[in-house]
Design a protein around this ligand. Structure first.
Ligand code: ACO
Length: 323
């Protein structure tokens, strides 16, 4: 059988780090409130003129370096983002241009915070059906561009960043026999549009809009749905929670991350947590956490990893892979 195996990983964070204390200057909030409610201590914000495609290109180059590959070795680029530079073209084709690739194909996937899980599923399907042998899967966001800076309930929670994986088709033989993407589960429920959305767009009011969220409502759905999807994809892989080396969750909120691990019956020492340093980077958070988790020496070849995410739509899902 052909499996989509992780051959490289990388990430990029904009230079500017913004600690919680900076919000105390302009909002009725505190470092203590933000930390205790979300686990977030700081986040990165892109510089003026630094766009999502720039972040994505940096992360792509880092993943290619890690894989020991050149841009021309890649057949396809999938970028998960809800904050593209332009309405069109896709961020993915801009990355393709930046990398100097003149063949292959590229497109974006939009499932907000669950975008990377949906992109992985897509890339896996293209590899399994022989449409591509090597796929760059990128999550890249500049949520700082869609914040309402007067809304303390949202603007303290998000950050900018990008992460990328190189997936490669490998025959399941020898030591690689059980590596790669093993299973997945995708879901959405459009009835919940109003609890998390951006109030602008080309076909509504021709503005960029800002993020609107009923935090408590999102929270209420999150733990239940994340634990459920993780169980479903693990069962599809013939695995149970005890087989999991690492949960690499979407990094939205430490309380959601802890609640989900607890519901799965797993201790926090099996969870890769980066939310304290990155805030919620939406579709970028999982590949960022995978890259940082590897850099920290947490993630090793052969580890069983469950990634799970939920976001606007609602859209949610999970992927099980052996690193
Ligand atoms: N500083 C100080 N006070 C604040 C702040 C702030 N930054 N933000 C809100 N408050 C106030 C509220 O106004 C409210 O005051 P009130 O009681 O006088 O009205 C009070 O704090 C409590 O607000 P709650 O909403 O009850 O606080 P809660 O404990 O639910 O925490 C939070 C809010 C952090 C948004 C939480 O609901 C949450 O994490 N929800 C999930 C949202 C999320 O993670 N979304 C990310 C996108 S989707 C995803 O990726 C999962």
């Amino acid at each position: 059988t052909i499996r989509a195996v992780v051959r490289g990983v990388g990430h990029y964070l904009p230079e500017r780090v913004v600690p919680n204390s900076e919000f105390e200057k302009t909002l009725d909030t505190s470092d203590e409130w933000i930390r205790s409610r979300s686990g977030i201590e700081r986040r990165h914000f892109a510089a003026e003129g630094e766009a999502t495609s720039d972040l994505a290109t940096h992360a792509a180059r880092a993943a290619l370096r890690d894989a020991g590959l050149e841009p021309q070795d890649i057949d396809a680029i999938v970028v998960a983002t809800s904050t593209p530079d332009f309405t069109f073209p896709s961020v993915a084709t801009m990355v393709q241009g930046n990398l100097g690739m003149t063949s292959g194909f590229a497109f974006d996937v939009q499932a907000v915070c669950a975008g990377f899980v949906f992109a992985l599923s897509n890339a896996n399907a293209m590899i399994q059906t022989g449409q591509a042998r090597r796929v760059l899967v990128i999550g890249a966001e500049t949520f700082s561009r869609i914040m309402d800076w007067t809304d303390r309930g949202t603007c303290v929670l998000f950050g900018d960043g990008a992460g990328a994986l190189v997936l490669e088709a490998q025959e399941g033989t020898g030591t690689n026999a059980d590596r790669g993407i093993l299973s997945m589960d995708l879901n959405s429920d459009g009835r919940h549009r109003d609890i998390l959305y951006v109030d602008g767009g080309p076909s509504s009011n021709q503005s960029t809009g800002v993020l609107r969220m009923q935090g408590k409502e999102v929270f209420r759905h999150a733990i239940e749905k994340l634990a459920q999807t993780a169980h479903t994809s693990l069962a599809r892989a013939g695995l149970s929670p005890e087989d999991v080396t690492w949960i690499v969750p979407h990094q939205a909120n430490l309380r959601i991350i802890k609640g989900t691990a607890q519901k799965m019956g797993l201790d926090m020492d099996r969870v890769v947590v980066t939310v304290q340093d990155h805030g919620n980077t939406s579709a970028a958070s999982i590949p960022l956490a995978l890259s940082v988790g590897k850099e920290r020496g947490q993630i090793h070849e052969g580890d069983v990893i469950v990634t799970e995410a939920i976001g606007g739509g609602l859209a949610w899902g999970s992927v099980v892979l052996r690193w």
